[in-house]
Design a protein around this ligand. Structure first.
Ligand code: NAI
Ligand code: MG
Length: 363
């Protein structure tokens, strides 16, 4: 098939949850007659153990050739004391960098059956379905100059620089507008144009792009600090939120907690579209890490990774109808009371494969 995918289960619970995705891929093949050409390889600590590096060059090349990566999680106590460039997360950072994944998509969707798991009141989160688009390759995490220097008299100075260019802003805003067109048709752009030059430029460029190409989408600007407040006060006012790397890091973590468990949260990172095919480089992964505290016990929740696969269907392969089936099956399974340990409550406690069984039965 021409649907190529590089599967990188990684460390800790990564291989456990990825096993359940493999069953969904089999279902796609047998029941939906949609097949994938899946390559599998190592990343993170497990890659370091075998190759002495958290991402082998060959694996990097396969990622670029496949164009689509599905990753489990990396890291764990065994590798915590490695030097900086050998650390498991360097493998993930290299993938993001070389695939030029500039748009990080973090959905915050509240499943009806899990409304009670949210830290907010049920009426505030019931039916919540927002998408945060975070710029991932620019801004203050990468800007130059940066560093710590002695400035005399025993004083030191730490410097980071927030930098954005026109094209960096426009390409991530375009992703947000295009997502909104397929969702609630509204984009909220967040910055601090009141106190930051990069924020002024951000607001101007998003406004221009909107005028040029996306007038049909409702656009709203909001200061990021107000956005944080609104996310907790009345999150359902949002559809797609687009913001820079730093604000997006913070706002997406806050939004995640509106919906309950870490074991339920998928993410996608998108790169530039190939001008010939229109296909974007993309990496899909759960938000959670390798969960060393529960790894090997068979109790990890596979739904974040399964939903990351369904995001791949939607955004990388144009298989939205199949993604809908999988998302709906997950919703139904939760409705029926099936729960992994992290979700609490429920009438039927299951482990990782038990959740997979329930999902496949529903499918
Ligand atoms: P974590 O997300 O691995 O775990 C936090 C807590 O949530 C733990 O109690 C864990 O048991 C629970 N949890 C996470 N995923 C779960 C799931 N699917 N089902 C049930 N419970 C789940 O974050 P933590 O503990 O801070 O980091 C552990 C390791 O993972 C570290 O080495 C860290 O560097 C790495 N990490 C990797 C990430 C990645 O691969 N993208 C992201 C975050 C952390
Ligand atoms: Mg974060």
């Amino acid at each position: 098939s021409n649907r190529t995918m590089l599967m990188l289960p990684g460390d800790g619970i990564g291989p456990e949850v990825m096993g359940e995705v493999r069953r969904v891929i089999d279902w796609m093949d047998k029941r939906r007659h949609v097949s994938f050409d899946v390559k599998e390889d190592l990343v993170g600590g497990s890659a370091f153990d075998k190759h002495g590096t958290p991402l082998a060059d060959k694996t990097m090349q396969d990622a670029l050739d496949c164009g689509v990566v599905l990753l489990g999680a990396v890291g764990g106590p065994k590798w915590d004391n490695l030097p900086f460039d050998k650390k498991p997360e360097r493998g993930l950072l290299r993938l993001r960098k070389e695939m030029q994944l500039f748009a990080n998509l973090r959905p915050a969707k509240c499943f009806d059956a899990l409304v009670e798991a949210s830290s907010l009141k049920p009426e505030i989160v019931r039916g919540l379905d927002i998408m945060i688009v975070r710029e991932l390759t620019g801004g203050v995490y990468f800007g130059e100059p940066r560093g710590i220097s002695d400035i005399g008299n025993g004083e030191r100075r730490g410097v980071n620089t927030q930098v954005y260019t026109t094209s960096e802003i426009r390409r991530v805003a375009a992703v947000a507008f295009e997502l909104a067109q397929k969702r609630g048709n509204k984009v909220t752009s967040l910055e601090k144009a009141n106190v930051m030059e990069s924020g002024v430029l951000w607001r101007e460029e998003v406004t221009k792009l909107h005028q040029e190409k996306y007038k049909d989408v409702q656009l709203e600007h909001m200061y990021a600090d107000n956005g944080a407040m609104q996310l907790v006060r009345a999150p359902k006012q949002f559809d797609v939120m687009v913001t820079d790397n730093l604000f997006g890091d913070i706002l997406s973590d806050a939004a995640a907690m509106l919906t309950g468990s870490l074991g339920m949260l998928p993410s996608a990172s998108l790169g530039a579209a190939d001008p010939a095919t229109g296909r974007r480089m993309a990496l899909f992964e759960p938000v959670h890490g390798s969960a060393p505290d529960i790894s090997g016990k068979g109790i990890a929740n596979p739904l974040a990774t399964i939903q990351s696969f369904s995001m791949a269907l939607r955004y990388a392969y144009d298989l939205g109808a199949d993604a809908d089936l999988i998302d709906q099956a997950a919703e139904n399974v939760l409705k029926s009371g099936v729960r992994t340990a992290d979700l609490g409550g429920g009438s039927a406690k299951v482990g990782t494969t038990g959740m997979g069984d329930a999902l496949l039965k529903e499918l």
